[in-house]
Write a protein that binds this ligand. Structure first.
Ligand SMILES: [Zn+2]
Length: 240
């Protein structure tokens, strides 16, 4: 797109977003009395109000909160143990190899300070590269997917939309790579010695990047889940 067209498009979108459109009056979240964002001067979202839209961005569902670590950890333990015991299984090996492939094809490592301006797809790749650099065991990554599948299968109020599952797994995997950290020493201007400055940046765990990470992981684990989830679910409970 030419610069002029892009500018015009940006201006058009801005104008539309600031004009309430009465066709999209209500937020779709059950029982929410707020207008959808397109029905207000706050954006173009036609489905949800600001609050439910934000929730959806962060958790992959407009209403269901994310699983807490305390809810997922027991499943992660069972899944990891099951994966270790079945390490020679062809489906396990192919899922682990697929995650390794994600690491290897992710391109160069990108520091967390340099993620701004990258597209969500590129940020997802940077995430896989970060896991590679941090030497996170691919088996752990596979166990995160299985744990979310297990949590959903055991939840009486599951949100079965694929997006929720992807975002939940992506959030776990996102936490496995830490941020970027820098520390440097500068001399004081008045010559009275030095002081240390630190910078810690953690990539945001929200938005479309989580959808991409979740989709990648879903693909890597699809066959394993199909063939082995039942066996994994019937594995002896945690702590044994
Ligand atoms: Zn709402």
């Amino acid at each position: 797109m030419s610069l002029a067209r892009r500018k015009k498009r940006k201006a058009d979108v801005k104008q539309r977003a600031s004009k309430p459109n009465s066709m999209y009056s209500y937020c779709r979240a059950a029982g929410c009395p707020n207008p959808a964002r397109a029905g207000t001067s706050d954006g173009l979202g036609r489905l949800y109000c600001r609050k439910h839209h934000d929730h959806y961005q962060r958790h992959g569902s407009p209403f269901k909160p994310s699983y807490k670590a305390s809810e997922l950890n027991p499943f992660r333990k069972v899944a990891l143990k099951w994966l270790e015991e079945n390490g020679e299984d062809a489906w396990v090996r192919s899922a682990v190899a697929a995650v390794e492939q994600l690491y290897q094809s992710a391109g160069p490592h990108v520091e967390a300070f340099r993620l701004r301006g990258l597209k969500p797809r590129q940020r997802a790749q940077a995430h896989w590269a970060r896991l590679r650099t941090a030497k996170v065991d691919p088996v752990k990554v596979v166990s995160a997917w299985l744990a979310v599948e297990m949590a959903l299968a055991s939840d009486a109020q599951s949100d079965w939309r694929p997006e929720y599952k992807r975002v939940q797994a992506a959030k776990v995997v996102h936490r496995m790579a830490s941020g970027s950290h820098r520390k440097w020493t500068q001399s004081r201007l008045d010559g009275t010695g030095t002081w240390t400055q630190e910078l810690h940046v953690y990539p945001h765990s929200r938005g479309r990047v989580l959808r991409h990470i979740g989709e990648d992981l879903e693909k890597a684990c699809a066959l394993l889940t199909e063939r082995c989830l039942d066996s994994c679910l019937s594995a002896p409970p945690r702590g044994r």
